[in-house]
Design a protein around this ligand. Structure first.
Ligand code: T1G
Length: 713
């Protein structure tokens, strides 16, 4: 065997164990080791059957995505090929039983399906997540999966990319038994029983009874394509996964595999695959902070305390309770506290109704949240999160209070979305314990947390915040303490440019449609109306003193505010809303825009969707380049992760900075220069962007160079 695969014998069964930590990916050497071990097991007369199991915490979590990254970027030896190992397993003369724990994902499940049987522990997760990387299963998974679970279930698994747990896999026929207790012992016993029974071994590739008929499948494929278009908007791979599964139902196995390979190779060469593979690694790289090594000590967060039971405080309390952390939830008056608790309860009830978890789990989580009007218990808290109104004066008062109450190693965090963490820390006796934890609404759902590192914030407190984010199932991105941090600082020019566009000739619905067609989860005017125009107006007041006289600012939003049109909450904002908050274009807004433009001497004109996208997204990219250069983000990839996990930027475009690389920085720079001439100083090209463009480099090159310099430091 080899360093990745070893072979032992247990009760007359050959046990092949894969050891390629951390997730037993099918890296080069693993398939080869598997074949060697299979050959040895076949030759061993004492081995009556074979079990393949993953060492460590999981079965095989798929092909090595680092190999895929090389293949996608045209480097390396091309996409991995697994046909040989799969045929070797399936043609084994001895029963091969796959023993699954942890995850069997992508190539992991494809190897498992080549086995004659599959057994798994109850909480094992099995799936084909390839579409999340912009590709389709490339190891005959689209051909074996429908043969085991049927066409409809195969489509759902491959299009959603979501794994299923062992009991559901058993029901579908993807596995043969759920093993309670010791997996290896159960798998060996299962294998012995199969050997005792004797008879022909089931080869998945030869099964056909679940492939259905052309007549029956027609509606299933049509529904599958609809599902792909609706749930994976604008993505290529999900639709092509349906094509590959259709090949399984209509072609002989070997021809179906050829079709799958063609489609796989087309997908892996796509911009979407490159972007999604970038996103996969970028999301994991954010936790790597140059001056905070993995072994940095962290504070153990057993008891949290939250100040403010509003939308944010309530959502954060749920996120903590969901992770098993007890929470004191403080408000200043009973009605606000009751309202906050009622919203938490309703959210949980909705999840129970949808079958996300049981009533018992809901009760356990509710029991972890302790509502109160005092600071009782705060002295024992390990973490206090202030989620009060966005006012510096109020936050300073609160931090002064908790500084006097909290124990010395209690982390003091503010959920502020834009205010200065250093200024907040300055009122405490322990600025090294103060940090920003900027959650995104709804905080019990959105994965992003911006971890705002103040000048005095200690390494241990930053490391604790990163560990907390992971424990909450979120993505913690460390950012610097500039106004708006990273996400909101880039949102400001993005929102401002969209408003200029409507004053110059577009409509809110045209801008939003262009942005959603580009892939944004929501158009910016719909976002404005959801967050509240009053909030946008208040944030604008915070920056008013920065506005330069003579520099044109958008005017319509101010008028909407003074008309009391705050958005969804008042039934009208940029759009008009019915009782179900369904938006419709509002002629009154069109008239207001036209009147404002006229009064402002603005010559309205037709504006193309292309111009809308370039001006909205490039101004965001330009701000990102400034943030990067000023050192408020560690990597361009971190900015991508912020926009992918907190602002609905389409993952198949990799994030704003990756998208700029895909367009080409020269082109982005040139368009920004043109906009600078036409629209003035907001379009001043960021020096870093111009420099990279001049040097023919990308933001990815910038990140790579920094990683190298940091590694050397
Ligand atoms: N290849 C290479 N590295 C991987 C990896 C993989 N498949 N999966 C995880 N890692 C690394 C990850 O980068 C991180 O590294 C560490 O492992 C821990 O990961 C032929 C072609 C398995 C659910 O899409 O979903 O098979 O940052 O932080 O939260 O058809 O990792 O520590 O250096 O995510 O416990 C299909 C992807 C591939 C699964 C574990 N498989 N991985 O989550 O740990 S395509 C996937 C995950 C394929 C075939 C096709 C998760 C996890 P580092 P982590 P986790």
């Amino acid at each position: 065997m080899n360093k990745f695969v070893n072979l032992a014998t247990q009760d007359g069964v050959a046990v092949i164990t894969i050891n390629n930590p951390p997730v037993n990916a099918l890296s080069p050497g693993v398939p080869e080791g598997l074949v060697e071990a299979l050959d040895a097991a076949e030759r061993d007369p004492s081995a009556r059957a074979i079990v393949i199991i993953g060492g460590g915490r999981t079965f095989i979590a798929g092909a090595d995505i680092k190999e895929l990254e090389l293949a996608a970027s045209g480097r390396g030896s091309g996409p991995p090929e697994f046909h040989g190992i799969l045929a070797r397993i399936e043609d084994s003369t001895k029963p091969v039983v796959m023993a699954i724990h942890g995850t069997a994902l992508g190539g992991g499940n494809e190897v498992a399906m080549a086995g004659h049987y599959r057994v798994a522990v109850p909480d094992a997760q099995i799936g084909q997540p390839e579409v999340n990387l912009g590709i389709i299963p490339g190891a005959e998974g689209t051909q074996r999966l429908p043969r085991l679970v049927g066409v409809a279930a195969a489509i759902d698994l491959c299009v959603s990319g979501k794994p299923i747990r062992a009991p559901e896999a058993l029901k579908l026929g993807l596995i043969d038994r759920v093993i309670e207790g010791d997996l290896l012992a159960g798998a060996v016993a299962f294998a012995r029983a199969i050997a005792d029974k004797g008879g022909a071994l089931p080869k998945t590739r030869e099964l056909s009874d679940k492939l259905g008929s052309e007549f029956v499948n027609a509606s299933i494929f049509a529904a599958g394509r609809d599902q792909a278009r609706k749930t994976r908007r604008n993505m290529i791979a999900p639709l092509m996964a349906v094509d590959a599964i259709e090949a399984a139902a209509t072609l002989p196995f070997d021809e179906g595999c050829k079709k799958e390979r063609e489609i796989f190779e087309e997908c892996i060469a796509s911009d979407q695959a490159r972007a999604l593979i970038h996103a996969f690694f970028a999301e994991r790289a954010v936790a790597k902070i140059p001056d905070i090594p993995k072994e940095t000590a962290v504070y153990n967060i057993r008891q949290a305390a939250i100040i403010g039971a509003g939308t944010m405080g309530g959502g954060i309390a749920m996120a903590c309770a969901n992770a098993g952390i007890a929470v004191l939830l403080k408000e200043v008056e009973q009605t606000a506290l009751d309202r906050g608790l009622a919203i938490i309860r309703k959210n949980y009830e909705n999840s129970v109704k949808k079958g996300r978890f049981s009533q018992e789990v809901m009760d356990q989580r509710i029991a972890l949240i302790h509502p109160q009007l005092t600071y009782d218990g705060f002295a024992q808290a390990d973490l206090i999160i202030e989620a009060a109104f966005e006012s510096m004066e109020l936050k300073k008062r609160i931090f002064g209070e908790i500084d006097r109450i909290a124990q010395s190693d209690c982390v003091l965090a503010s959920n502020t979305s834009t205010l200065d963490i250093d200024e907040i820390a300055s009122v405490t006796s322990r600025p090294h314990m103060v940090i920003g934890l900027h959650f995104f609404s709804p905080a019990n759902v959105m994965r992003l947390v911006e971890i705002v590192r103040g000048k005095a914030t200690s390494r241990e407190v930053v490391a604790t915040a990163l560990a907390l984010a992971k424990k909450l199932g979120k993505v913690g991105v460390v950012v610097g303490n500039c106004r708006g941090f990273v996400g909101n600082r880039m949102m400001l020019p993005y929102m401002r440019e969209a408003q200029f566009l409507v004053e110059e000739g577009a409509t809110p619905e045209q801008v939003d449609r262009a942005l959603t067609n580009f892939g944004m989860a929501m158009g910016i005017f719909a976002v404005d109306d959801m967050g509240g125009i009053d909030l946008a107006w208040r944030v604008r007041q915070e920056y008013k003193h920065l506005e330069k006289p003579g520099v044109r600012m958008p005017i319509v939003l101010e008028k909407l505010f003074h008309l009391g049109r705050y958005g969804q909450k008042t039934g009208a904002g940029w759009y008009r809303y019915d009782e179900n908050r369904k938006p419709t274009a509002d002629p009154e807004v069109h008239a207001l825009i036209e009147k404002t433009a006229h009064e402002g001497g603005i010559e309205r004109r037709h504006i193309s969707d292309d111009e809308i996208i370039e001006r909205s997204i490039y101004i965001m990219i330009n701000e990102g380049a400034k943030i990067l250069e000023e050192g408020y983000a560690l990597r361009a990839a971190d900015i991508d992760v912020i926009y992918l996990t907190g602002y609905g930027f389409p993952a198949y475009r990799g994030g704003p900075m990756w998208y700029a690389d895909t367009v080409g920085l020269k082109q982005v720079r040139d368009r920004i220069r043109e906009f600078h001439e036409k629209h003035g100083e907001f379009w001043e090209p960021a020096p870093l962007l111009a420099k990279l463009a001049d040097q023919g480099e990308t933001f990815a090159d910038y990140d790579a160079a920094r990683e190298q310099s940091l590694a050397v430091a």
